[in-house]
Design a protein around this ligand. Structure first.
Ligand code: FES
Length: 72
């Protein structure tokens, strides 16, 4: 888990972000969750944009950052 968010460009469409922590392509899901009982957080991105994706695991707006990492 990181202490600051992943700031990245999202492309319009479905995006699957890792929720299990085992992906080798964080913050994106790479299928490594299979068998863990935890699946990815899938979002529909309405337009191309820059986003801050939670890396600390404490955001109340998963998969996106809500600033909670400032209290880690
Ligand atoms: S690899 Fe972590 S949820 Fe898919």
């Amino acid at each position: 888990m990181g202490k600051t968010p992943y700031v990245l460009k999202e492309t319009r469409g479905r995006v699957a972000y890792c929720a299990c922590g085992h992906s080798k392509k964080l913050p994106h899901c790479d299928g490594s969750h299979k068998g863990s009982g935890v699946g990815p957080r899938v979002v529909n991105v309405p337009e191309d944009r820059t986003a801050a994706v939670c890396a600390c695991g404490r955001s109340g707006s998963q998969p996106y950052c809500d600033g909670s990492h400032k209290n880690v």
